[in-house]
Ligand binder design. Sequence first.
Ligand code: NAD
Length: 290
Amino acid sequence: MTTSPKASVNHRPTAITARSDIQLNDGKKIPRLGIGVWQVGEGESPAVVCEAILAGYRLIDTAAAYNNETGVGQAVKAAEVKRADLYITTKLANDRHTYDETLKAFDESMNRLQLDYLDLYLIHWPAPKRGTYVDSWKAFKKLRDDGRVKSIGVSNFTQDHLQRLFDETGTVPVLNQIELHPQFQQRALRDFHDKHGIATESWSPLGQGKLLQNDTILDIAKKHAKTPAQIIIRWHLESGLVVIPKSASSARIHENIEVFDFHLDDDDLTAIAKLDREDGRIGPDPDVYS
Ligand code: NAD
């Protein structure tokens, strides 16, 4: 049986602050803005994550495949912020898509992170050629039921992949982390998420930095006396998305969270809506990537 729990996702929020959360369909909450640490080396990851926590970030997005879970865990341990006020996400690697391997991979991630519990565990990619993400999802449900992870979700799932999870397990992920930025806005998938109470989290939210020279974004940045990165991050927030820009530079980490003192107006939103392109994807296609 498919369940479609109600969650207040993807509505344009009126007042957003660095501390405001999105309500998930399992009753838990996730911060709207976090830092992503893909391509942050294990060695530099403790300093980067400590800097982010000092700057006010509470959500840290890592993955087994990023090879920096140990460093992320060290920063969480060293932080002066209580564990309960931090929100840690990690992801299952594609080569662990069986029930038993998923449970083992989770233990390995937790050993690296040195955490008592995880806030959010994601299946990193559906890897449909392997065809066994439903087995991993069943293991995810066990990890959640055992209290080892608070919330379970997916990443890079299309409507078809989500529908298969609903049909075969009846359990709806709390969130789908997908490639999403002004050049690739994923409106159909976001509508599907809304219908099923799934929060949308944007990866490569700045288009891996490629959108920071876009003329429309530069014009809007000039108008608000903000930087292009701040305009794009604000657009994600006002679109009701969870957003996890990556930076390893202290100045940019601070810049990317200074987005709570201005609003985009209707003209800005209309202009950014026009940047959407059917061929705007930058990363891999989830239907073929494994
Ligand atoms: P991004 O869109 O966050 O862009 C990062 C790039 O922009 C970096 O080169 C960075 O130096 C630059 N940048 C950041 N802030 C800037 C600023 N203020 N001014 C100028 N340049 C700036 O790209 P990303 O790292 O691909 O995505 C963010 C996070 O999303 C990742 O770290 C990771 O956590 C997650 N992610 C997930 C998946 C997935 O499959 N689930 C895939 C890719 C990324």
